[in-house]
Design a protein around this ligand. Structure first.
Ligand SMILES: C[S@@+](CC[C@H](N)C(=O)[O-])C[C@H]1O[C@@H](n2cnc3c(N)ncnc32)[C@H](O)[C@@H]1O
Ligand code: SF4
Length: 337
């Protein structure tokens, strides 16, 4: 099996199917004006499927479609159908802001999608609008329950917690998820991309999040799914569901990171915090064979030595501290969350 310099295999592939988004979440892409990719620069479904097929050959078991807003891409269900037909079949997931889900979930399910993550940071309509700048909570909840009615399973809610923004809603989000049978994943606010003006003071740590939940809903630690998932999972002691926390800032998990990424314009990126990627689209469009593509992908993975979150934590704890502005990164909308 292909392993990088720290002995990490490649098991997960995150594909940003578009950099465009109908929301402008303050923690992700708050800019109204942005230089979006030209349509011709974005990978076609055929190109995505070809690359996904090669990654599956070298060990990828799980593929997540993300963005930008993946459901802003027309006919996404057609891509889901193509990826579901790969051999061996990958475990296919979708991360979405949920705003187009109600009308698209039937086709997605029909095409083979089984599991989904919907991002919801607040259950208060006004606050939801403030965080996403353009989002309508009612529409997102409609999509969430449509996914439930169509039998998608598991349905996970992703919530980014920011101090002074929505940290007072942690228990409400837990109660809502328990009541309706959703699994919730709390995410520490990270310094992804360059546009979100990240400040460490706004990050609510995993420890704080767990203390708040445990006081009301006692928990038992389960651990990371398959040992390498970003979230550490916990079960409620009363048996009614589970939660997870993704603590990239305070408890980095670079040591077990098996994730590769393809940007919307076809660059192969080996870390969420990378500032560059290898242009596979150019190679594909210049006529490279599968064997040539595989050789390039394998060579990049073998040399991989990313451990950005561990380095960030060391810097945060050092006397000089950590300045996100010193580290230019690819925006999260391009390389997929
Ligand atoms: C970039 S989004 C793309 C998919 C889709 N548009 C959505 O919002 O679910 C994927 C995930 O990244 C999370 N995310 C974005 N910016 C983040 C940040 N600064 N810190 C932590 N998570 C972030 C979002 O909350 C979302 O759950
Ligand atoms: S988190 Fe998702 S919905 Fe929000 S701006 Fe980023 S890509 Fe769009």
């Amino acid at each position: 099996m292909l392993r990088d310099t720290y002995d990490r295999p490649v098991k997960d592939l995150r594909i940003s199917v578009t950099d465009r988004c109908n929301f402008r979440c303050t923690y992700c892409m708050p800019l109204d004006e942005y230089e979006w990719l030209e349509k011709s620069e974005v990978l076609s479904f055929e190109e995505i499927t070809r690359l996904a097929g090669l990654f599956v050959q070298i060990g990828v078991e799980k593929i997540r479609l993300t963005g930008g807003e993946p459901l802003a891409r027309r006919d996404l269900h057609k891509l889901v159908a193509k990826l579901s037909a790969l051999d061996p079949t990958p475990d296919l997931c979708l991360t979405t802001n949920g705003s187009f889900l109600a009308e698209k979930v039937a086709a997605l399910k029909e095409a083979g999608l089984r599991r989904i993550n919907v991002s919801i940071d607040s259950l208060k309509p006004d606050r939801f609008r403030q965080i996403t700048k353009r989002g309508d909570l009612e529409k997102v909840l409609e999509g969430l329950f449509a996914a439930k009615n169509h039998g998608l399973q598991p349905i996970k809610i992703n919530a980014v917690i920011e101090r002074g923004v929505n940290d007072d809603e942690i228990l409400d989000l837990v109660a809502f998820s328990r009541e309706h049978g959703f699994a919730i994943r709390f995410i520490e606010y990270m310094d992804v991309g360059n546009a979100n003006e990240w400040q460490s003071e706004k990050m609510v740590s995993k420890k704080e999040i767990l203390e708040i939940i445990n006081a009301q809903f006692p928990l038992r630690k389960v651990g990371r799914e398959k040992g390498s998932a970003p979230a550490v999972d916990y079960q409620f002691l009363d048996g009614s569901g589970d939660i997870g926390v993704i603590a990239s800032v305070t408890e980095p998990f670079c040591g077990t990171c098996t994730r590769a990424r393809i940007t919307a314009d076809g660059r192969f990126v080996t870390c969420l915090f990378s500032n560059q990627g290898y242009n596979l689209k150019k190679l594909m469009r210049s006529g490279a064979s599968d064997a040539e593509l595989l050789e390039v992908i394998s060579a990049i993975w073998l040399k991989r030595k990313d451990r950005y979150s561990e380095e960030r934590l060391a810097a945060l704890l050092s006397p000089t501290g950590y300045d996100p502005k010193e580290h230019r990164k690819i925006e999260m909308i391009s390389l997929g969350g």
